[in-house]
Ligand binder design. Structure first.
Ligand code: GLC
Length: 619
């Protein structure tokens, strides 16, 4: 707080100080510095209703103050001083945008630095800080990494997913962050899509059931307790239905089909009180969602009654006129008038503010639209308690990567495993079986975690703390376990061979596979080498989606779909050794051949394994 109060602040401070004095006398204790009951009932008065606090604060805000609230800027584009000087309302870390060192404490310091600058402005409006905590606080090294959504869909356990949301919220709140861009409620209809693993599955019912994660993140009421963070239902609407599974592509459906398949999870999310909705990059029948007045204003805000923040995707407004590199006044006007309340930017925030100011001054964007957006943003800031608790909840730092959270993650891994084939070779005997383990994904924490882990795309290798699937097998096996990535050394003396294969990490459009979903030649060679020994071969598939394996699976003695389990690979071993009897059910129809794509339950196509399929050991 600057030591010299300007005239306007003095006028505001005097009543507040009188109020503080009165409150302190009444309570017998010094009120907290950030916000306290004030005798004169201004927006800092935590005893007033949110509505009255918003009304009072807005009455004090200039047009520039309001426009600034509508900007969410990446941390790489604006430091605390720049954010405060432009009165910017929110900051985000894009995938992998971490402080250095990448530790929970450094995240908390970074967050508090932005917050202190924001509070030191005349009106002292705190920022919202957002991240993609989509399977744990996954940018932070050492955080618990849970299975990606496709595996959580296989659990068919909404309560487990709620608990995962709550655990994630603790780790996120510990670092100060107030907002996660999760859950993704996309209904993935084409396995060629690079974001299939971010989906809970191919049916609206499955995605709708997993909106329980919103309750985990936010708690029963947004801001009801210190670990509450704001959730985001994304990407509105129909991103999982793009033609050919092209990311950021075109969803060609009748309105009836769009409403039947893709809208229900958002309706459920709104009913659960989700604080924000992120709009999809994609188009519906050729019209960009970020310009869609009908779907945002009429359907989302009107018909569904969504009263939270409608957030753009990352530089998505730049795309509206077809040229991604420029931000025009027309693009700004169209997006804001279509109902976007906050615009996510990694650049051009000054240009955005200039364009929007001129559009308002010209009347092309009505002031009531700006007031509506500002009101929505401030309402969530007050509900989250940011004026009362603006800084990181450092007492929660011990929860980051805690044993309790890792145990929860291991249970989620167990329940997400789907047993697709078993010729009597599973469960393994931890006591006697002499095992050989091979495969590109057997001993790689990065591969088994997938995209959105430490970095945007994720990466192979020892990228964070956890247990690989091989380590999990070794921990449970009393006999010797031999490992060789390519199967070198396998012979008939072994009781069984486990090949852990699948996909390397990717995110978004970098995961689009329009030309095929076969296993890599490396993995196929490894499996063949294991088979040549005559030893039973168990294939564990660590991938973000069903893969094209029909021509191979007949030669395998067992197949376990592991999805992208995250840091607790021990959960996979639990199923292999029968510590947990597999209960997972397919969240996606499994193709018999790649040219069946897209293939979904209810189609008149013949899958290799149907939606909902899954074996257990005790039939
Ligand atoms: C990305 C994704 C979105 C994510 C956002 C911020 O492009 O589409 O899911 O929340 O940018 O990282």
């Amino acid at each position: 707080m600057s030591h010299r109060a300007t005239g306007s602040r003095l006028r505001r401070l005097v009543p507040a100080m009188a109020g503080m004095a009165a409150a302190a006398l009444l309570s017998g204790a010094a009120a907290p510095a950030a916000a306290q009951p004030s005798f004169w009932g201004d927006y800092r008065d935590s005893w007033l209703s949110t509505q009255r606090r918003v009304d009072d604060l807005m009455s004090r805000m200039s047009l520039q103050d309001k426009l600034g609230q509508m900007v969410q800027i990446t941390r790489g584009a604006a430091g605390p001083t720049e954010v405060a000087s432009h009165r910017i309302g929110s900051v985000l870390s894009g995938g992998g945008s971490s402080p250095s060192p990448n530790t929970p404490e450094a995240w908390a310091d970074m967050y508090d630095g932005y917050q202190r600058s924001a509070l030191d402005t005349p009106l002292g409006i705190p920022i919202l800080y957002g991240v993609d905590a989509v399977h744990g606080h996954n940018n932070v090294r050492g955080a618990t990494i849970f299975p990606h959504n496709i595996g959580l869909g296989a659990t068919r356990n909404p309560e487990l997913v709620r608990r995962i949301g709550a655990a994630t919220a603790e780790e996120v709140a510990a670092t100060g962050v107030d907002w996660t861009f999760s859950p993704c409620l996309c209904v993935a209809r084409d396995d060629r899509w690079g974001r299939t693993y971010e989906s809970f599955g191919e049916t609206p019912e499955l995605a709708s059931s997993m909106t329980s994660e919103i309750r985990g993140y936010q708690g029963a009421v947004l801001g009801g307790d210190p670990t509450s963070i704001m959730a985001t239902a994304k990407h509105y609407v129909g991103d999982g239905g793009t033609t050919g599974g092209t990311d950021q592509g075109n969803t060609q459906l009748s309105e009836q089909e769009l409403r039947r398949i893709h809208l229900p999870p958002f309706r459920e999310a709104v009913e659960r009180g989700v604080g924000s909705v992120m709009v999809s990059y994609s188009s519906w029948n050729g019209d960009k969602l970020h310009a869609h007045d009908y779907l945002i204003n009429d359907v989302l805000k009107g018909e569904l009654g969504f009263d939270g923040i409608v957030l753009s995707d990352y530089n998505a407004v730049h795309q509206l006129d077809g040229n991604d590199n420029t931000l025009t006044a027309s693009e700004v006007r169209v997006a804001v008038n279509a109902g976007l309340d906050m615009i996510m930017l990694s650049k051009d925030h000054g240009k955005f503010l200039d364009h929007l100011r001129r559009e308002v001054e010209s009347g092309r964007v009505p002031m009531r639209r700006i007031d509506d957006a500002t009101r929505r943003i401030l309402t969530k800031k007050f509900e989250l308690g940011l004026f009362e608790r603006p800084f990181a909840q450092r007492e929660l730092l011990s929860t980051v990567g805690s044993q309790e959270h890792r145990q929860l993650a291991r249970q989620a891994v167990r329940e997400s495993q789907v047993l697709l084939k078993n010729e009597g070779v599973l469960p393994l005997s931890s006591g006697t079986d002499k095992l050989f383990v091979a495969g590109s994904n057997a001993d790689d924490i990065g591969n088994q975690s997938g995209g959105w882990t430490i970095s945007w795309q994720g990466s192979s290798g020892d990228i964070t703390e956890g247990t690989t699937i091989l380590e999990g097998i070794r921990q449970l096996s009393d006999s010797s376990v031999t490992y060789n990535r390519h199967g070198d050394g396998i012979n008939s003396s072994y009781d069984a061979a486990v090949a852990v294969v699948g996909e390397k990490p990717y995110a978004e459009y970098q995961g689009d596979r329009p030309n095929g979903l076969a296993l890599s030649q490396e993995d196929l060679n490894t499996i063949d080498k294991l088979r040549s020994s005559g030893v039973p071969v168990i294939v564990v598939l660590a991938s973000g989606r069903p893969m094209d394996i029909a021509s191979e699976v007949g030669n395998w003695d067992a197949l376990l779909a592991s999805w992208l389990p995250g840091t607790q690979g021990g959960g996979v071993a639990d199923v292999l050794f029968g510590e947990y009897n597999p209960t997972g059910e397919l969240p996606m129809t499994w193709m018999r051949s790649f040219d069946q794509q897209p293939i979904n339950t209810g189609d008149d196509k013949d899958p290799l394994y149907p939606y909902g399929y899954g074996l257990s050991y005790r039939e």
